[in-house]
Design a protein around this ligand. Sequence first.
Ligand code: ADP
Ligand code: ZN
Ligand code: ZN
Length: 819
Amino acid sequence: MNSTYFAELILPLNLEGTFTYHLTDSDLQQIKIGQRVAVPFGTQKLYTGIIHSIHQNKPELYKTKGIHAFLDDEPIVTPFQIQFWEWISSYYMCTLGDVFRNAFPSALKLESQTFVRLINSDYENLHELNDNEYLVFEALKLRQIISVEEAALIIDAKSAIPTLKLLIDRGIIQLDEKIQEKYTPKIDNYVRIHPDIKGNDQAFIQILDSLNRAQKQRESLLQLITLETQNQGKPLKVADFVKMGSTSAVIKSLAEKGAVEIYQFQTSRVDENETEKEEIHQLTLKQNEVLNQIKEEFATKNTVLLHGVTSSGKTEIYLKLMEQVIAKGNKVIYLLPEISVTTQIVHRIKKHFGEKVGVYHSKFNQNERVELWQKILKGDFDIIIGPRNVLFMPFDQVGLVIVDEEHESSYKQMDTKPFFQARDMAMVLGSMIKAKVLLGSATPSIESYFNARQGKYGYVELTERFGKIQLPEINLVDLKKAQREKEITHDISHILRDEIIEQLKEKKQVILFQNRRGYAPIMECNSCGNTPECPNCDVSLTYHKFSNQLKCHYCGYAQAKPNRCVSCGSIELNTKGLGTEQIEHQLQEIFPEARIRRMDVDAMRGKFAYEKLIEDFENKEVDILIGTQMITKGFDFGNVNFVGVIRADSLLNFPDFRAHEKAFQLLTQVSGRAGRRAEQGKVLIQSYQPEHQILQNVTTYNYHQTMKDIIYERKEFFYPPFTRLINLRFKHTNKERLDKTAAQLVQLLKPNFDNRCLLGPEAPSVGRINNQYITDVMIKILPNQSPIKVKELIKKQIERLHTIAAYRSVKIDIDVDPM
Ligand code: ADP
Ligand code: ZN
Ligand code: ZN
């Protein structure tokens, strides 16, 4: 066939560029940019592609293929998204396919290996089905689940995708996935005298008489009456009643006889389906002033940094601003660090904006993701909340993007391509769709602070807490001194211990922070000094007491804890270092009465473990919460007046140019969890180096000085914001080949860079993960260089490197703006 029209497609492949397919006349009638189509690629496979553009430039070098099927009538990807994806691919140096794969819910990618499941076996309008649909329907009635490939065999066609699509639209089948349960808040059973007999003496006596031969039930009923009088209407849990002498069987019989009633009500505030909306709080004078300043800055700047101390009411200001943006008919994107750790804020927003709020959960399954995508496409929401990947949603008419806790490192995607920074991307998106961007934090990142100081962003500061409550008083505890004077039990100094006792006495809850999980990061043999290491990674194994295992935190490898040293056989094995699990044990020993819970990735494994713990904490069923940095993110608990840091040292001594910035942010944020309601809170930070400048600055809330010092160092040593970084990470199972390849690329790049700007190859602190050796080459781009040219150069030299077969097998991950 001699086509004159062609379409460029985005395919989910790790190959550069778009792919050309020819179009038939009938294709031309229905084609729209942003539609999904199924196309053949390679020998056999069908892929889902997105129409990127249409043109008449016939490729000269190869024969094009045609489009197999259209999967949508209307575009499912917006023109703006395609433009955004292109920017991401070029800035972060990855393929369009990489972006597509990350951006697009995989359930929308009907592919050969996808499975479909029958969800409506009672479908009645069989006469509406075409022959192929009917065949697949019949097959599914027998088997429930089949793959897309099998469906093609059944209908004897090259592809079953068009047929399956029809069946999906009819609600007969869906793409298969294990259905994930939704979180239902904890519900307790309560018991009371049945309302029908309460106060009705006659009915009551009748029941009592009928219980003459059931002494236990009779006693329980009488006891319940007494309790209800004593409790003055306070609800009684079934579980508590059982503790007082009744039994579940007795209560059940009484309920069956209509003597008592078992009922439930939600104890939780973490409730997704709340219907009643609440008014947004009236802003204070100060907060209102800040709101006005933000709007003034937006008049001339696209980005504004709101620097407001913890608990100053930043969230309240966001709410107000969102309300105003929505009133003008625009939408809002609200970016959060990690959705799972921010239940509280989602709840606060939903309370005011109800069902007009769309929430993107990283725990969503594929079908939920598709549903959200389609709702956003239809414009169903005023506010879309989510972690970094929410930026890939197909929204329109956005007036404002809020980046909450903008300093958070979880805005950077590190595990899959593209390795993007959502805060930075939000600003690009903002300028593309003409939306304003508000960055907010109590401890802004160096980059944002610097840009604000340079006048690139607007800058607004809020220095007092809501209710004029003083920021917590932060004191340092010198661990060396405590040990010298024996003023310490295990790792809890007596100053810290006494403060906790005081808090518990006043029925306050306590939050404690320790930046390491597990029991102890290192096991060591006392006789020979041997330390068990991971067989797959160059890292020592962490001891987990609860499971009695040694675990690798990099690859997940686990082994039972050995009883003897594998090297010399000695039984004297010691642990070194301090993890949350160990602190939990120590606390349990020191405070045997206290209800202690732990929050770290190990303790939060189960689904909704996090939500449950938050709920228990809010319901005051927890006295002491010990956790890793999970506990620092935006918690707003009223009953916490005191926060303790077990050991600040590992934060300070981290080998990374961001270590001091992060330590300051983290410690300030942890401290900010104390004293958020009525009175000034207190914080104790234990450390072996209390004289450390960062710790000193934390205690005096000296953010500006800290940033000034750090900015000075960054300038001295050529780090951002004075340079831009690109890290080339080489990975291979053969160390020799790895090193050779990296060295070769450095040779190729050398002529174009100053010595100070091309570093490595150098192995990172963990030089082998999962049997892959790793080495890094770091490139610094100076302000007078064009980042685009540098990126082109890197690409060109990698291509040159790859002309030699031996180098090609070494994987190179390019990380632009590494964190
Ligand atoms: P931030 O986001 O700066 O940490 P929040 O917005 O969480 O601060 O405010 C801290 C606490 O004070 C919250 O419980 C919030 O509801 C309350 N608060 C702040 N501003 C007001 C206000 N204007 N009216 C009523 N409550 C407020
Ligand atoms: Zn040994
Ligand atoms: Zn490992």
